[in-house]
Design a protein around this ligand. Structure first.
Ligand code: SAM
Ligand code: SF4
Length: 326
């Protein structure tokens, strides 16, 4: 079955947040004190998350990304992944992590059925990394990335949120990383997800990122496929890895957006920046089981044509990424 929304887009990708909890406090994602956490009973059980995943796949979803919060902090994750991996029709099962717990978990994640990892890494300077994450230890993430490689993960993607005056001085270092490592380093425009009064000053458009890189490296464009996500990818001649630019603000990719999102509390959204969300949890917990599939279909059909977030219209950005999962 193919899921086509009212704008003619083929929707085949579900981002499933398994927790709102996190072992870091990245400045662009969470306030220092953290967000008020969901009560235990408000978080979907693995059984409930599994039901959503299964229904979504039976409707036509082919790719599921587990996210959070930090997905690796939720107990019992490996058993859940094993169940997801066995859903007939699911072609891709992938996960986004901050990498802190990867040294301990990389092998079991791979054995359980995670096919690829996106690892967030905003700085390779320990002081800057600690400042961005409010105390995170860079060595753990680097070791986590090494563990992922040792566990046999290939096509590792490194996500860097680029912020002017914070980590933009490291753009070239991240490109240089692809000369010696087979990673795809993706530079992501900083989104105004919390009330950050400095967002405008900090944000850096993808075009400027590309121009700054191009002054030092010649970039060869790469073609991507439908499942590859919203990045425009390039390669430096002779590099073993690649780079990607993700421009949700300056060049939104809404016309090719293929995803829906479900939060850890069971809110399903068609768009990261659309406040319309439908509460699946109450339906999962009532006897109206059949409705889960109908609600997913409705959200997909009604998925907004585009978001209205941009340099001149940042007001819609008050989104708690750690709740929605990025
Ligand atoms: N904890 C995991 C991690 O950090 O990879 C998964 C959840 S995190 C919310 C998912 C992604 O959203 C991360 O790559 C993070 O960098 C990105 N993100 C969070 N806030 C962002 C913002 N304001 N602008 C751009 N990306 C953001
Ligand atoms: Fe945690 Fe990821 Fe948000 Fe950082 S970006 S605070 S690691 S959820």
């Amino acid at each position: 079955m193919k899921l086509i929304d009212s704008h003619g887009r083929h929707i085949n990708y579900l981002r499933l947040s398994v927790t709102d909890r996190c072992n870091l406090r990245c400045r662009y994602c969470m306030p220092a004190e953290g967000l008020s956490l969901l009560q235990h009973g408000d978080v979907l059980s693995y059984e409930e998350l599994y039901r959503i995943a299964r229904e979504a796949v039976s409707l036509g979803v082919e790719k599921i990304r587990l996210t959070g919060g930090e997905p690796l902090v939720r107990k019992g994750l490996i058993g859940f992944i094993e169940r997801l991996a066995a859903i007939p029709g699911l072609k891709e099962l992938v996960l986004t992590t901050n990498g802190i717990l990867l040294r301990e978990m990389a092998v079991s994640l791979r054995q359980a059925g995670i096919q690829r990892l996106n690892i967030s890494l905003d700085s390779m300077n320990p002081t800057t990394f600690a400042a961005i994450t409010r105390g995170g230890y860079l060595g753990r993430v680097l070791d986590g990335i090494a563990a992922a490689e040792e566990a046999g993960f290939s096509s590792i993607k490194i996500n860097m949120v680029v912020m002017r005056g914070v980590n933009d001085d490291e753009l070239l270092d991240f490109v240089a990383l692809t000369l010696r490592k087979p990673y795809t380093v993706r530079f992501i425009e900083y989104m105004p997800t919390l009330q950050d009064t400095e967002w405008s000053a900090r944000s850096l458009a993808g075009q400027e990122i590309l121009e700054r890189i191009s002054q030092h490296f010649s970039l060869l464009p790469l073609v991507s496929n439908e499942m590859a996500g919203p990045a425009r990818n390039f390669k430096v001649g002779g590099a073993v890895g690649a780079i990607g630019i993700i421009t949700p603000i300056s060049g939104h990719f809404c016309e090719s957006c293929n995803r829906i999102r479900v939060t850890a509390s069971g809110l399903v959204r068609g768009c990261l920046f659309d406040n319309q969300a439908v509460d699946l949890k109450s339906h999962l917990r009532s006897s109206a089981h059949a409705q889960v599939s109908e609600i997913l279909q409705r959200i997909i059909i009604d998925k907004p044509g585009r978001h209205h977030l941009g340099k001149d219209e940042p007001g819609h950005g008050n989104v708690a990424m750690s709740r929605i999962g990025g």
